[in-house]
Design a protein around this ligand. Structure first.
Ligand SMILES: Cc1cc2nc3c(=O)[nH]c(=O)nc-3n(C[C@H](O)[C@H](O)[C@H](O)COP(=O)(O)O)c2cc1C
Length: 335
């Protein structure tokens, strides 16, 4: 199944292998533009036969960058470089998505940082300013503008980053959202910000839409996968196509990570909310990926660090599974 095509809306991936979004912190000009590094890094994985490449967390506002070296999509100036990336990747037969993001209280850029509530992540991080209604509206608009620019740049998939304790995740979790207005308190109110981001994105984006979530807060008062099954039902009703299921990083917590440790969350959401899911986290072998797909635990396999170590991982996985994988023509003699 790992090498079977998968269609979402009008986009067909040639296999189920997805390059997980990974920040490169490679924008040395600190203006969010695509640099030569990105033009080498992403297309290399397309040559390596990855089905879908998701470009790293790309900031919808300068203030929402994790670091000053993040990619950005807050300005029309960013479109040209991103279009180069989509062209290069698509020329090699892969599809390409982009993760649109806002770091919230985890932003490390200069100046004021914002979050649902004025609580720092830990003693080493700054205290964010509680967002006003106007700032909430502006940020939702920034996600919409980002999605429109992604469309103009030729992306096949948009993924909204609602995981890892960044801004949207901070609204979802009761650990980080202590608001008393309609954006905080109840389960529904904490979902409101993500819900409005999805609505805004869908006004300008009709292609495949993914949302990455942290399906467990690893804290006694935090959210668990049960809550995320409910959130995923709402996402499905809003037209989200796939939930990319990660976990943690909302508050400092020790995570016992072992091979496939997040797969049960992808499985629970897939069955509980009847929505397609992506599994991610310490998936490193073709057999492991095949097991997840065949047992109906997820629809797509997201590979992170293994693809940093080995851009030809699909070839490695195919050999392991005994599947002949077509070589890029210039590489036939060495494949
Ligand atoms: C260098 C690096 C950068 C990352 N940046 C992002 C990111 O931009 N967005 C995101 O959602 N996850 C990010 N992650 C998490 C990965 O997408 C992935 O979920 C995680 O590494 C677990 O998968 P793996 O065990 O296959 O690496 C990053 C991970 C690494 C190692």
């Amino acid at each position: 199944m790992l090498f079977s095509p998968y269609t979402i809306r009008d986009v067909t991936l040639k296999n189920r292998i997805v390059m997980s979004p990974m920040c490169m912190y490679a924008c040395d000009t600190e203006d969010g533009t695509v640099r030569n590094w990105h033009k080498i890094h992403y297309p290399t994985r397309a040559v390596g036969q990855v089905g879908l490449i998701i470009v790293e967390a790309t900031a919808v506002t300068p203030q929402g960058r994790i670091s000053a070296r993040d990619l950005g999509i807050w300005s029309d100036e960013h479109i040209e470089g991103l279009r180069t990336l989509t062209t290069l990747v698509k020329e090699q037969g892969a599809k390409i998505g982009i993760q649109i993001a806002h770091a919230g209280r985890k932003a490390t850029v200069d100046g004021e940082i914002i979050a649902p509530s004025p609580l720092p992540f830990d003693e080493n991080m700054r205290t964010p300013k509680e967002m006003t209604k106007a700032e909430i509206e502006e940020t939702i608009q920034a996600f919409q503008n980002g999605a429109l620019r992604a469309k103009k740049a030729g992306f096949d998939v948009v993924e909204i980053h609602a995981a890892h304790g960044y801004l949207i995740n901070e609204f979802l979790s009761p650990l980080t959202n202590k608001r008393n207005d309609e954006y905080g308190g109840t389960f529904e109110n904490r979902y409101r910000f993500l819900s409005e981001v999805i609505e805004a994105v869908k006004e300008v984006w009709d292609g495949p839409l993914f949302v990455r979530v942290s399906a467990h807060d690893y804290h006694p008062d935090g959210l668990t996968v049960k809550d995320y099954v409910e959130y995923a039902k709402r996402m499905k009703a809003q037209g989200v196509d796939l939930v990319d299921v990660s976990s943690g990083a909302v508050v400092p917590a020790a995570i016992d990570a072992y091979p496939g440790y997040q797969v049960p969350f992808a499985e629970a959401i897939r069955h509980g909310a009847d929505i397609a899911t992506g599994a991610v986290g310490l998936i490193t072998s073709g057999r492991q990926a095949e097991e997840i797909l065949r047992n109906g635990r997820a629809d797509l396999i997201f590979i992170g660090r293994e693809l940093l170590r080995n851009p030809y991982w699909p070839k490695t996985a195919a050999s392991e599974l005994g599947i002949p994988l077509e070589a890029p023509k210039p590489y036939v003699r060495g494949w």
